[in-house]
Ligand binder design. Sequence first.
Ligand code: DOR
Length: 440
Amino acid sequence: MSRSFDLVLRNGTLVTPSGRAQTDVGVIGGRIAAIGDLSSAKAASTFDAKGLHVLPGVIDTQCHFREPGLTHKEDLGSGSASAALGGVTGFFEMPNTNPSTDSAERLAWKVARAKETSWVDFAFYVGATMENADSLGTLEQGEGVVGIKMFCGSSTGSLLVDKPADQLRVFRSGKRRVACHSEDEARLKERKPLFEGKSVHSHPDWRDEECAVMSTASILALARQANRKLHVLHVTTAGELPLLEANKDLASFETTPQHLTLAAPECYDRLGTLAQMNPPIREARHREALWEAVRSGMLDVLATDHAPHTLEEKAKPWPQSPSGMPGVQTLVPVMLTHVNAGRLSLERFVDLTSAGPARVFTMRRKGRLAVGFDADFTLVDLAAKQTITNAWSKSRCGWTPFDGFEATGWPMATVVRGQFVMRDGALVGAPAGQPMSFDP
Ligand code: DOR
């Protein structure tokens, strides 16, 4: 019996759960239908992937695409285009839009909008508030919803659940893993006046290690009390790692490429407020601790916290300057450069950007190159040398903290459920992203 494939990628080096294989992968109906020698198979279209590595589609689990309300910074169309250009096949998007994404209607609006405008697959977080705390169990089950996001410390926008009693209500509402921005609000408020009139170099002193450690220790205890799984977003401190290790049965965590790449004070000398984000980029000893978590296998997920603001907004004097930087488009080249430098293996990169998200968030049919899974592929040239520039970056904010970064390893094509959305650095086709789905 000879099957006819919609698409065959020929002769790439596939990174599969059972190792690398230089072979073919065939797609039917948006799913992987065969892996192996398909040289004599019929196919409506073929792509010569010789010399390229074919990775499971990279999923960025922390993006702020700003729609509705803040579309001068980004929207679902521009953010997802930036993702596709960077080799990213799916994203989770954050609820600190305007209005905040905190009800069934607002979630449904985003899903409908993304179905019209997103280049890649998507899911949305529902923002926890004091008002919706008891209905989160229903909200987290909506179409295209990944789960609950709780801001335990304040950042961009008005979402905040900072009192332990309210945080416990959130942990007791629903059953999916709760994603937490973990900084202690009381300590943030108390310390802010200490830094009046100072420069952005004070950002990691204001929002210090203790601020993250206090919050993470507290939410781990609350989650245990509620017997609820949690995911600590953008972990940035050495001090949190032993706590997370001791609570591995309950807690997963992520860090960002920028926290693995940049360090204070150099990043603030060079980039000023462009390097300002929450939680902050810190001195090199924290970066080293995070790399140890990459190497030891402890880190679960790598995500970018893509959080664009315009250059005009960023030009305000600190601390009026907003926190956040874009990242979805630079994730793959920055991290492949670390792969080439021997800091992590390609397999570990795949683990952190596709298999890890699929496992932690119980995603259906995503995260591995295997028959039956969605045909999401990130095709990369590990040897390609290219410089990241502001001009290449297609986020509406028009800049990247990695402008001038000489990358080794570059995304050459992005395939979502069997359709090319990026080829040789250009968008192809049309936005056709779909909501991702999860175990209940
Ligand atoms: O730096 C940040 N910016 N951290 C966050 O948690 C939010 C984000 C934003 O939305 O700007």
